[in-house]
Design a protein. Sequence first.
Length: 347
Amino acid sequence: MRATVIHAPHDIRVEEVPDPVIQQPTDVVLRVLRACICGSDLWAYRGESARQPGQRIGHEFLGIVEEAGAGVRGFAVGDLVVAPFVWSDGTCAYCAEGLTTSCPQGGFWGSVGSDGGQGEAVRVPHADGTLVALPAAAASDDRLLTALLALSDVLGTGHHAAVGAGVRAGATVAVVGDGAVGLCGVMAAKRLGAERIIALGRHTARTDIARDFGATDIVAERGDAAVAAVRELLGGEGAQCVIEAVGTEQSMRTAVGITRDGGAIGYVGVPHGSGTGLDLGDMFNRNIALRGGVAPVRTYIPELLPDVLDGTIDPSPVFDLSVGLDDVPAGYKAMDGRTALKVLITP
């Protein structure tokens, strides 16, 4: 089969690799219908996170079960399913607590020795604990299928940030980051009942989506100017709930600066850069809480899925460029150059 591999920074290729096969009774082999490129994939593409030459890449996908191991109980050949970006066994103490990303038997797609999502097929370990069934009819609805793909990562990650920030009915929320996760954070905040949502971003195509998703205000400034602008909008105080969806030192400093005393920051931006940007003394004195991390999206999918299916929320607009599998390298270039927000892959 064909799959996307990374050989070096800025060297993404689509190559022939061995077909996935059942290795354990709890495995399934999944034929990929939709996949995509994540902003976190760009850190490997840019050389900011290490990868072995020839390593698979990609962790967001959905598809059709083509083969099921003898121990699989919840799925059969022909089922349409979505995979969260981490597999998990569904039986350990962490899974029972909803922290599926800490499952001792779990792992990340594209890690050494595993399949990546940006290919024609994937071996899925612990299928019963990992996959979530989708209505078969969705396979023939292109928009809905694309919206459902967001459940594999960005929609659940934005929701995780909103939960970490304590978003609730009537709250004031600020969102740092205008990528797909930040935009889904806006959507999540609106879904949870936020009254005012301030999106920080300066790219019109993205801020237009933010407004469609529920943002009431846009702040285009960065750094100290952004902090001043948000506080001016809020009468000199910060936001009760802040979503940090970038992961740089500057973005974390901004998040702390725009948080109201007694407020909370939900952080889901993969950390990268020279430092955390955290002033613990300032946070201590102002009673600012910090919650977040790797989003356990498998836990959130059952909650979010009905709202996607009935159209209450539609994250599909975050996918603004579609490519076939052979054109995935061009998709990476487009996202790296910020000419695309999030690239959809149709193998």
